[in-house]
Design a protein around this ligand. Structure first.
Ligand code: CTP
Length: 499
């Protein structure tokens, strides 16, 4: 166990979090890996759990990042880290925390991402750890990576590696390396930080000036070929810039522009581009990064029709989510995931493609190799936009409205209801989502059989007409429904069944 003893006053001054909150109830120093969560739970109040930024760019925790990390992690993650550290030490292997966790801790943002680099065989170390703890293990030997999971906590271990890119946008040739090789292969200086877990008094390893860039709020590549090596980093730059409230450093921006001018984005596979687009869609606020990616011509480099951000602006302005359930990207999990009713990611995809022609929609589906549920959102959004004049037509009956839009992806319906500039079409879609889609006759198929409708296609036909009559307010009570069934049976010429 590590016990860190730093005078209270020093830590209070350096942490910069509201001291009264953070230090009111705990004697100092009790914090260490493996300590029960309760002991440092009180100290963790300077973080929240929704990954919101709590500080300005005034850096926190530079004096003792390890302490800050320990304090921000839950007891399960701490126990995993402690067990890993002991095992690595017993085998004389150097291990390092890397990447987003360090960046975020310096900014005072909570992070649970435990990314570790091992100077040695990461899968072998992970296997030993999982055997010791009875933890879950997934190994990718070809990438030298492994994931260990225990009681909801997770560690990602990577063998320190060197990467050589032979051609722009190709996957790199990888070989084992040192921690410095591993940092040198990374995208931006703000991510090229490491903290030893096996040295006695570790300081952050920062060979590329990442701490300085974090404090200045800059996203900067490590070398001039970075975007040519991996053009997906252009999307990543925008994502970090907008999420962290940073600025892409001038030279980095012109290198990104050069890489786009060279057409390097066109050489990247759809799956890799979609993965980075998805990372943007999953952001707490995707709109700023999408807008910026459009403004810089990055999305046009992926498909020339992706040039318009107006629907994204309108979606963002449209505010709170209503609960919609389906498997197309809008579901209760997303509505209730503690993100405070934020707009679900798939709605931003819909807004992105809203103005496109059906042909361009198909182009994007193909270019990004979109999975079925995404492709459905794209197609349905574009079809709904085309349908808007019909939806806005005066005197449109409820049953006609339902026949036009039922079966469409809820994400597309919700997105179009929010981004359309036709207020009449928007109202119609809202009416469908809020009310009409839930309206159904009281009578079911079995009831129709009991009323004498012969089994067969007529049951479905009468149920359909019954629903239309209910939608249009022609029937209300169950007796009225029964009467209509009898009339329809006569009209449609069905021979009464035995009931
Ligand atoms: N990385 C990279 N180039 C990429 C993707 C990733 O150099 N195209 C490196 C970055 O250094 C990054 C690390 O791999 O820090 C892990 O990648 P990822 O999980 O995507 O980033 P995080 O740092 O975890 O960022 P986030 O805060 O978005 O999770």
């Amino acid at each position: 166990m590590w016990i860190l003893s730093i005078p209270d006053a020093v830590v209070k001054a350096r942490w910069g979090c509201s001291g009264a909150q953070c230090f009111q109830s705990q004697p100092w120093p009790p914090v260490g890996l493996g300590a029960p969560a309760r002991e440092f739970g009180e100290r963790a109040v300077c973080y929240n759990t929704s990954h919101r930024r709590l500080s300005t760019q005034k850096l926190r925790h530079t004096a003792n990042p390890l302490l800050a990390i320990q304090t921000s992690l839950d007891s399960g993650s701490l126990s995993l880290l402690d067990a890993l550290r002991r095992r690595a030490k017993s085998r004389s292997l150097a291990i390092y925390l890397v990447g987003g966790l360090l960046r975020d801790v310096l900014l005072g943002i909570a992070s649970e991402d435990l990314d570790l680099v091992v100077e040695g065989d990461a899968p072998a170390l992970a296997r030993e750890l999982s055997e010791e703890l009875g933890a879950g293990l997934v190994v990718h030997p070809q990438f030298g990576t492994a994931t260990v999971t225990l009681d909801g906590s997770r560690l990602d271990l990577v063998t320190a590696r060197k990467e050589v890119y032979l051609r722009p946008a190709d996957l790199p040739r990888v070989s084992p390396g040192t921690i410095d090789d591993d940092l040198a292969r990374r995208d931006f200086s703000i991510n090229a930080l490491a903290l030893s877990l096996t040295e006695p008094r570790p300081a952050i390893r920062d060979p590329h000036g990442g701490i300085d860039d974090i404090s200045r709020g800059l996203v900067r590549v490590l070398h001039r070929r970075s975007f040519a090596d991996d053009p997906t980093r252009i999307l990543r730059a925008v994502r970090y810039e907008q999420r962290l409230g940073f600025r892409i450093e001038d030279e980095t921006l012109s290198l990104a522009q050069e890489a786009m001018d060279q057409g390097y984005l066109a050489a990247v596979s759809g799956d890799r581009l979609r993965h980075e687009l998805d990372r943007i869609l999953q952001e707490e606020r995707p709109a700023p990064a999408l807008r910026r990616a459009i403004e810089l011509g990055i999305l046009a480099g992926i498909h020339p029709a992706l040039v318009n951000s107006e629907a994204i602006d309108r979606l963002e302005a449209s505010g709170q989510l209503r609960n919609v359930t389906d498997d197309s990207g809008v579901d209760d999990d997303q509505a209730d995931d503690g993100r405070g009713g934020e707009i679900p990611p798939m709605l931003f995809l819909a807004a992105l493609v809203y103005t496109l022609s059906p042909g361009d929609g198909e182009g994007i589906i193909g270019r990004l190799n979109l999975p079925g549920a995404w492709a459905e959102v794209v197609r349905d959004t574009i079809t709904l936009r085309v349908l808007e004049p019909e939806l806005a037509a005066p005197g449109l009956s409820a049953s006609r409205l339902v026949s036009l839009v039922q079966g469409f992806s809820p994400a597309a319906l919700l997105a179009v209801s929010r981004v359309t500039i036709s207020s009449a079409a928007g109202r119609m879609l809202e009416n469908y989502l809020d009310e009409l889609q839930h309206i159904a006759p009281v009578l079911k198929g079995g009831d129709l059989l009991a009323l004498g409708v012969p089994s067969g296609p007529l049951v479905g036909k009468i149920l359909g007409q019954l629903r239309e009559a209910k939608l249009d307010g022609q029937v209300d009570t169950i007796d009225q429904e029964k009467r209509l069934v009898e009339e329809l049976l006569v009209q449609l010429g069905g021979q009464p069944g035995r009931g």
